[in-house]
Design a protein around this ligand. Structure first.
Ligand code: AMP
Ligand code: MN
Ligand code: MN
Ligand code: MN
Length: 283
């Protein structure tokens, strides 16, 4: 197959990115992306805009989302690609899973208040383009802009992560639900950035096996969150589990993201790209 510059993972202001779907489409096009997907966290409210924007700049498009899942005591992200974004179970499932974010944000703010950081909830909310999708990223931007931390990675080192002030354990979707919502809507489910979770080998084996049993088909091998060694490792895992491979920058912002849209290395040529399963779903 001829080489395709696919970027199937990024975020807009509809979740925790800083650019609009239209700005992302333009940026993807000018960076040489051929096939694009906008994968906002737990949200598909930007899909119509992304489809239209992609069409306008002459970019092939697959619908997308990134679903937060609770698995083995951690949060795992499942990317869904190429689904029917009007399918009712998917729309309702995503709405229910993002429903708990506001209460979580209030609790995060209370914890931060106890360590002397005031007004974090209302502060973070100002950064959220979509109030239903208030996320740790918006808190991180607030903590940087108010001078509490010098950058977002310092925020996540000192706050908002397990054991630190501002971390609130949350019950997200189950793995089975997330994969089923995506596949029932005729999309493909993909395990996002597997190296990020810090699972034991047993937990990781359980994740990949259960994901396959539920009908999951792909894994991100080339992502902005992987080192080149991790990409080699998860290419092997894709071969071992017979999964297709995906590629996505996980771009959030021109000033915060290390990897820009469309600038990652290619997938290893022996792996089957996830988009080969979705030829009929491209806009
Ligand atoms: P949430 O869905 O509210 O738990 O927020 C998760 C988001 O926080 C992720 O999608 C990333 O955008 C961001 N994030 C998580 N960990 C880090 C980190 N160590 N550095 C920068 N951003 C992070
Ligand atoms: Mn994010
Ligand atoms: Mn993620
Ligand atoms: Mn992401």
């Amino acid at each position: 197959m001829n080489y395709i510059n696919a970027d199937l993972h990024c975020h807009s202001v509809i979740s925790d990115g800083t650019l609009s779907p239209e700005e992302l489409a333009l940026r993807a096009k000018s960076n040489g992306v051929d096939l694009w997907s906008l994968t906002d966290h737990d949200e598909i409210g930007g899909q119509e805009r992304a489809i239209k924007a992609a069409q306008l700049v002459g970019l092939s498009y697959l619908t997308g989302t990134e679903i937060s899942v609770s698995f083995a005591g951690k949060t795992v992200h499942i990317v869904g690609i190429g689904f029917d974004h009007l399918q009712t179970n998917l729309v309702a499932g995503l709405q229910s899973t993002r429903g708990g974010r506001d209460e979580r944000a209030l609790e995060m703010s209370q914890q931060l208040e106890r360590v002397g950081i005031k007004g974090a909830y209302s502060g973070a909310l100002k950064y959220a383009g979509n109030p239903e999708l208030i996320s740790r990223t918006h808190f991180a931007r607030f903590l940087v802009d108010t001078g509490v931390c010098s950058d977002t990675s310092e925020v996540f080192r000192k706050y908002l992560t397990d054991g630190k002030p501002g971390f609130v354990e949350h019950k997200w979707a189950t793995l089975g639900n997330a994969v089923t919502w995506i596949t029932q809507a005729k999309g493909v489910a993909v395990i996002a950035h597997p190296a990020r979770y810090g699972f034991t080998p047993n937990e990781e084996y359980a994740l990949f096996s259960e994901f396959k049993e539920h009908g999951g088909k792909g894994v991100e091998v080339i992502t902005g969150s992987h080192t080149s060694e991790e990409a080699v490792r998860y290419a092997d895992v894709a071969r071992e589990f017979g999964l297709c491979a995906s590629r996505g920058s996980d771009f959030h912002s021109p000033t915060e993201s290390r990897i820009d849209l469309g600038t990652l290395p290619q997938l290893p040529s022996d792996l089957t790209p996830v988009w080969s399963l979705l030829a009929n779903n491209i806009h």
